[in-house]
Design a protein around this ligand. Sequence first.
Ligand code: GLU
Length: 464
Amino acid sequence: MVRTRFAPSPTGFLHLGNIRSALFPWAFARHHGGTFILRIEDTDQQRSTPEATQAIVDTMHWLGLEYDEGPYHQMQRMDRYREVLDDMLARGLAYRCYTTPAELEQLRTEQMARGEKPRYDGRWRPEKARGKTPPDGVAPVFRFRNPDDGVVAWDDAVKGRIEIANRELDDLVIARADCTPTYNFCVVVDDIDMRITHVIRGDDHVNNTPRQINIMRALGATPPVYAHLPTVLTPDGERLSKRHGARGVLQYRDDGYVPEAIVNYLARLGWAHGDAEVFSVDEFVGWFNLEGLTPSPARFDPEKLRWLDHEHLKRFDDAELGRRLTPFLVAAGLRLEGGPGPDRVAALLRDRAATLVEMADAAGYFYAAPAVDPAMLAEQITDANRAALVALHAEFATIPWERATLGTTIKAEAARHPLKPAQLMMPLRALVAGTLKTPAIDAVLELVGREATRERMARGLQFA
Ligand code: GLU
């Protein structure tokens, strides 16, 4: 049974690179009919906030990354870490270390002077401490007794085989003097207790992995499969971060991106399925495998994300797109009562907008008379076409108000003068929509409606 987890630290800001570490374990669990767990790693009490936890939950919900268990909070598991620590002390897997900061500093200076890598020398290991009296007034930290020899190795599902010699690893502090457990220790206890089978996370954790594997083995557990995801870089090649312009994931929701596009985009950041570029969430889950993960860094490309959003908007049917568009129309201050259904507006605008916000911005004239630039009107309404527009205004009072009739009426009126159809369609756009960039004008007029169309024409032609 596959069990995966997303284990964020709620210390602020969740960008696309962070949430990608949720997407892949989620997809892996879904693909295998397994269990996906949310674990909030909130032991850094200084930096953890409830708002950040809420943003994590909201973001996952928005993207559809529903978890089957959790959220577990590490701060609520302190008794359990304490229990495992006591057990490790009793079994000699961990020990109390009374080395003071000053002694550690001295050790470090000496090692550096000898050209060695600074590391704790194991002076309080059980075998060396035998017979030593702990110094007065020093509260000990708790260290893991790392194996001396051999290598710790794993076959990373992304990076391939990784081997670290145990002599490179010193005895990790697993709990501080006040008994609070340290990061790597909590992760190990949790991954064991939660029976995690596959750890899929950012490659900033590769250095922690050999330590975690050693502690796990000492506790008699079989380490999970590890898959370390390549870093996400900005277009300039910096590590994606707030400082380098990364935005919070929910910002994309507010900017009118659809979650399907975000999931699709994130899926392609470090993973591929043949040359598939545009795909649904279900397709992604159906295809997802660890073999498709690529070891090279992924580069965030905002233009590609926009393109993908546009592609996903095009895939929705009218009703669905209208449903997605509605809150953005409302947020744009438009009064929808009495206006055309958002599904019909969406059907006309779907090819012209990359985001729902852009679509809502372009939809204003369907719901209210636009502000029309007099210079544009002056340019569009000429002595050559004014009479034809006035005649159209009259005809519009009685013809059946539907697209095909509107189209033939405009063309017939143009032929009568004679003008090219565009010589009437452009001024009609200016009069009714306040812009020359609209979908087919007959379709626009049909939605704007007879009365509003005639009112706007009369006002612009100045005989109202
Ligand atoms: N809490 C860690 C982080 O936010 C992730 C730990 C893990 O996935 O093992 O980077």
